[in-house]
Design a protein around this ligand. Structure first.
Ligand code: NAD
Length: 226
């Protein structure tokens, strides 16, 4: 079978570098473009089957527009978008397969699932708060993953859970959801110790996306959890 041809956007960044290493190590994938700030995606886009974007929130709109114009599958890992930016991208990608998730790790997607279950069991009477910790160079706060956890809780029981952000050293990404009431507490934690876990998940999503009909998907779709 022919390898899936991939362009990485944000190629010089922490995630971009992890993705390039993973693509090169995977014979089912072929790296056909590395795009960072100042490079022109339109010059190389026709070489690829799928674009993987881990860049910056302001870049995603233009990348999505080009992907839609050239009918290329798109995987978005970038976080920190405003609601307006998010809505514009959702509208743009209607004609292509697009996987967009705040966190590509299998463990965090399991945390999303279990957080919804625990919230439904304890109900809105319990206090629920989220703490996330990341490296000091992270640009957005709270993290996209913390916002996804808030959304899971909102959908499960209609409760707003505050999210607190810590920026410390070189932490790759920790998330803890604490459920508490008088006399007891439940803590659910996930700790990522390597960016490889996100890269592996994003590339699994890239391989999956090129076989899908147009539509907006998340990692739960890729993992078959829906
Ligand atoms: P980073 O700052 O190390 O890298 C971002 C790169 O994007 C930089 O090299 C920057 O020059 C480049 N860039 C900026 N504007 C660009 C443009 N217009 N076109 C192309 N490239 C551009 O950041 P990072 O730690 O690699 O994270 C990148 C993004 O991915 C962040 O939004 C982060 O929150 C997100 N992230 C998501 C997941 C996930 O699983 N979804 C995991 C880790 C990080």
């Amino acid at each position: 079978m022919k390898p899936v041809r991939v362009i990485i956007c944000g190629s010089k960044g922490r995630m971009g570098q992890a993705l390039i290493t993973s693509v090169k190590a995977n014979p089912e994938l072929q790296l056909v473009g590395e795009i960072d700030a100042g490079d022109d995606l339109s010059q190389v886009i026709d070489r690829c089957d799928v674009i993987v974007d881990f860049s910056f929130r302001e870049a995603t709109g233009k990348i999505a527009k080009l992907a839609a114009e050239h009918k290329k599958a798109l995987v978005i890992g970038t976080t920190g978008h405003s609601d307006a930016e998010k809505n514009a991208v959702v509208e743009t990608v209607k004609t292509i397969p697009c996987v967009w998730t705040s966190n590509f790790s299998t463990g965090v997607n399991t945390l999303f699932w279990i957080t919804g279950k625990v919230a439904s069991i304890v109900g809105p009477q319990w206090e629920i708060e989220i703490v996330e910790t990341h490296h000091t160079a992270k640009k957005d706060a709270p993290s996209g993953t913390a916002k996804s956890l808030q959304q899971v809780i909102r959908q499960a029981i209609g409760k707003e859970a505050p999210a607190h952000a810590l920026r410390i050293g070189d932490v790759v990404g920790d998330h803890t959801v604490t459920f508490g009431t008088s006399g007891e507490r439940i803590e659910l934690s996930h700790r990522a110790s390597s960016r490889e876990t996100f890269a592996r998940g994003a590339l699994r999503a890239a391989k999956w996306a090129v076989t899908q009909k147009p539509g907006l998907y998340d990692m739960q779709d890729v993992l078959g959890l829906k």
